[in-house]
Design a protein around this ligand. Structure first.
Ligand code: SAH
Length: 260
């Protein structure tokens, strides 16, 4: 891969507005003692995080050039050169530091936004809080309520375990280079739900299958699951995935589970 192409795949849009950087950093509510920044780049956000005494802080950055820049300008920063999607979260801090998990922050690389969010979902018992900038459309999707057009798989999965707030919108002009779309900052705070009242693996499968054909009623959309839907309420089966709450999906999962 040539260098220009490789750089492009890093999703680099550097934030140039210090006020916004500070505002993002201040949105953390101190729910854990460990904090990880994904993709610090040239450190615009990092500089407001290093001094935050609530946290043991580390950052992970894939781009060698940025890592070198950070080493020079922020010698006290603990930066790991690597891919967040391959990072073993439990390896970053000592066991005692980790007892209340790791919060995650970043102006995220937009090309891997969904993958970052799925990882958060998978590590939900380790990640009490996420404050992050995404492309506006993804932020809206994650924060969407049932019934809205943008409500989707990630909205359901994350809402099951996090309280999600859309904090503010960010204009494309405050980035270098400016992205094609607007951005937005959202905050996810782990809710009190430890386990869903159903088979969680099946729940994920049901949600994904239902949204795979989101325009169809559930009666049709859930056919690929290959199991009897007879015990599910007709009024639910006549709805589409985007009309259902987390509780509705839990209910469907339980019914399917006992009848399979
Ligand atoms: N936080 C900086 C940079 C944001 S751009 C700012 O606000 O200005 C996104 C950053 O994520 C880039 O620096 C890019 O190199 C880095 N990045 C891209 N993919 C990554 C991955 N898989 N893991 C860690 N960092 C990644």
């Amino acid at each position: 891969m040539n260098q220009v192409k490789a750089k492009k795949q890093l999703g680099q849009h550097f934030l140039t507005d210090e006020n916004i950087a500070e505002r993002i950093a201040r949105s953390l509510t101190g729910r854990s003692r460990c904090l990880l920044e994904i993709g610090p780049g040239m450190g615009v956000l990092t500089k407001y995080l290093i001094g935050d005494e609530r946290y043991h802080f580390a950052a992970i950055e894939l781009d060698r050039e940025s890592v070198d820049y950070l080493a020079v300008h922020y010698p006290e920063l603990r930066v790991i050169e690597g891919d967040f999607l391959r990072l073993d979260l439990s390896s970053l801090f000592s066991e005692s530091e980790l007892s209340d998990g790791i919060s995650i922050i970043g102006n995220f690389p937009y090309n891997i936004s969904s993958q970052i969010l799925f990882r958060v979902f998978e590590h939900r018992d380790m990640v009490p809080e996420v404050v992050g900038m995404f492309q506006k459309e993804v932020a809206e999707r994650v924060a969407a309520a049932p019934g809205s057009k943008t409500y989707g798989i990630l909205s359901v999965l994350l809402t099951a375990f996090y309280d999600i707030e859309y904090l503010f919108t960010v204009h494309e002009h405050v980035f270098n280079p400016p992205p094609k779309v607007k951005s937005a900052v959202i905050r996810l705070k782990r809710n009190g739900v430890n386990r869903l009242d159903c088979d969680e693996k099946l729940f994920v499968q049901v949600v994904k299958t239902a949204f795979n054909q989101r325009r169809k009623t559930l009666r049709n959309a859930l056919k690929p699951l290959n199991c009897s839907l007879d015990a599910i309420d007709d009024t639910i089966l006549a709805k589409r995935a985007e009309q259902l709450s987390v509780q509705d999906f839990v209910g469907i999962t339980k019914t399917i589970d006992v009848n399979r």
